[in-house]
Structures are given as structure tokens and as C-alpha cells.
Design a protein around this ligand. Sequence first.
Ligand code: FRU
Length: 479
Amino acid sequence: MYIFNQGKYKSLHAQSAGELDQIRQQVLSDKQFRPTYHLAADTGLLNDPNGLIFDGKNYHIFYQWFPYDAIHGMKHWQHLITENFQQFTYADPLIPDQHFESHGCYSGGAILWQDNIIAFYTGNTRNQENQRIPYQNIAIFTQDGKLLEKRCLLSQVPEGYTEHVRDPKPFITAEGKICFILGAQRKNGTGTALLYEMPNIDSSPQLLGELSLTHFDNQHVFMWECPDLFQLADKSIFIWSPQGKVRETHRFQNNYHATYAVGKLHNMTFHSEHIEELDYGFDFYAPQTVYQSEGILYGWVGLPDLTYPTDHYQWHSMLSLPRQLTLKQNRLYQRPIAQIYTQLGVSQVFSIQQPQIIAGLDTAYLMFEPDNQDFEMAFFNNNAEHRLIISYRNGLFSLDRTQTKQTEIMQAFGTQRHCEISQLNKVEIFFDRSVIEIFLNDGEKVMTSRFFIEQRENQITCSRPIRVSVAQLPAISIT
Ligand code: FRU
């Protein structure tokens, strides 16, 4: 075991006595924005969900984690186990302590193999010249969350690709072979994904080649991160996070994007029948599905390069709610999983138009039926007249965080997001203090965003009378 400790490349093994406790105090001094029922890092920065797996009894949820600050430093995998998405317990994390992961344990997925959880991940390393060299590794965990061993599978990037080859997501084929898909950048600077195969966990992976994806405009796309390939009903689904798409009026609004393709995988070709972004909000990236869960997905409510006002409290980002994916007419629908709905408290109905205070609004679930009629609804209020606004006009649903606190980088990508939806029947909103997840028409379109309104009043107003049903979600416990 090596104890890495070089600037921001500092592992948990190098922490000094009381160091994390001090950071925790700073995190806890944030009384306004810490979520209550979303998973957030105890200290420091959280990014991609990793190694998501249902082992038959429990769900294992890992995420990218830099424990020491709200910056992208030495990445660990934090590890949580839950049976009911209400009580979570910590299990063994992945701490970089081998040469093949000297600068962080980057993203990846997991499978169950001979009763153990095999987490595939990228070992990020840098040589003396600070050049990046990615390794593809595995970490073996017992189902009760104990780390048994780590191994390096691939220490070289294949010919024709740059140093940006990462994020292995494994799966087991119908023939019982282990496959994994890797995000990659070709030497000509374009993004793609590579498929590898191995007969068992002790053999060395063989490169099968690139996944060829039809009907995707890869122009300007320089990297594919976090690929995920799986079956849902009778279709193949490919989820990935391309970087470099050019902004369009109502699409690809953020700096990077989480996208999906529905189609049929045949040999190495994915014949796409529909391609779309997964989420139209300001902050959603690097989603991953839970292995053996029939389509449960978590995303990172954040994006690379973004800063948030709460970074000052030494915590950054959270995971989305777990979402159930279903297919309807070749479109992916996403809604929080059933367990989230069963946790909802008793609902109360309010007729909203004039400013109305609703206790607990900032940790509430809201549902209303706009009957496909235009409206504008504003949430919260403070001395600076900060409000979060949603509206529906002429088939366009919009989220506006112009009148909220933002960092410069947040503002640089615009302060409104839109999604086209020709018939709007149902709006569901999950507020959790500094995050909003909006589900339209039972998950036909989704918008996920952070928002920051200090010293807020829990107030709603609406441009016309609408009956809104409101219920509370209990806080999760993490021990
Ligand atoms: C996506 C990503 C991955 C990488 C990880 C590092 O957000 O950039 O490609 O493995 O984050 O934290």
C-alpha cells in the first residue's frame, strides 16, 4: 500500500488527525442548502455515480468523491449500501493506494461474479512529466461491502487512442462472458466507445473494437464519458455523456450532456431508433444504471467545471433521486422509483394564485395538472426578491433561475432552460433545499437543477389558479 500525498492528489490514508472533522464542521455550518433526502458527500466533492449494483438483497451505491474540498482532487469511491433507499450505511470505499491508481480511482461500473461484487474502474495516473496514463482495474468486494483485493487489468491504451480512455461499465453477455464498454478519444480528437471481452475475471481483456452508433451527430464531440449499455424490455439502450456538442436553441444547453439512444445492438453496431438528452435541466451528468435492477438510474446533479455557491462550505454536488426507466414508443421515461413515492407523507391540496406560504416547501413533493394551459409559477422569495420560476407557454416548458444566487460559471451557460412538450398534463416537482427535480407527464421529460436562494420564504405564486398537491419527503439516514 502506498500513501499518496501530493497537493490535491491526497488519499484518505494521508489525512491528519481531526482533519475531516474540521471540514465536516464547515459543511454543517451550511444551514440552508444541504439536501435532506438526496445523497450528498459528507465532506468535499461528489461527482459521478459508480459501481451501482443490486446484489439480490441490497443496493450498493458508490460515487466519485474527493473528501477534502469542493474541488476535483484525488478521486475515491465512496460506498453506501441500502435496502430501502431510506437508511443507508457506509461500507468500504475505494482509496487510491496502488501505483495503478496513483492519481485517483476514476469512474466505472460493477457486476456480480461468483458471489462477489467486481467493480471495474479507471486508475488515473500521471507520470513525472504530468502526462496522464489511464489503467483499467478491478476491485473485488464481498456483498456485505468489504474490499477484498484490487487488480490492474489493462495498463495500456490501445493503438489509435489518446490518454482519454476511461469509465469501464461491465455487463455479462447471454453467453456468460464478461464485457465492458469504455469511453474513449481517438487520436484524431473525436469521441467514441470501446468494447472489451473476457471469458472470466482472471483472464486478460480482449479489445473487440469500437461501438458504432448510427444516427448520432458526433461533430465537434471530442470525448465520450461514462458509457452504459444494457437491455430494457426488448430494446438495447446506450447511455453516455458526450463532450463537445454545439448548443442549440432548446437542446444541448449545458457545457456537457447526458444522452441516450434506444435501438438494437447487432454485433458492434448500435442501430439507433431514437437519440435524445436524458434531462433538460441545468445540472445533470454522467448517469449510470444499477446492474440487475431492471432500469434504475442515478445521475450526478452537477457538471464538470461548474462551481456552486456552496463550495464555500466545502461540499459540492449530490446524486439525483433514483429513477425508474421505462420505454414508451422508443422514448425513455424517467420517474423516481416506487420506494420514493411510498415514503411520501400525507398530501395537502392548496389552491394557488396569490402568494401563499407553504410550510416545508423546500423539502416537498408537489404535483399539479395544468390541463395543457399556459401558466407561470414562482417559488420562494427573499429580501433580494430571489425566486425560481417555471412556466409553460406555447408548448415550451421553461425553468428560470435568473433571480437566484449563481456563480460566474453557472451564469456563463445562461440562466434559463427549456424543453419542448406539446401536451402538458402533469407536473411533479421534488424540492430539496438547493435542488429541484421536475418530471413532466409521468417522466416524458425531466429537468434537474441546483438553485440557491438564501434566507428564503417558502412561498408560491401562480399566474392563474391551480390546485397543487403537496407532501413531505422524510430525510434519509446515513450511518
Ligand atoms: C465524468 C468524469 C469521468 C471520470 C470522472 C473523474 O464526470 O470526468 O469521465 O472518470 O469524472 O472524476
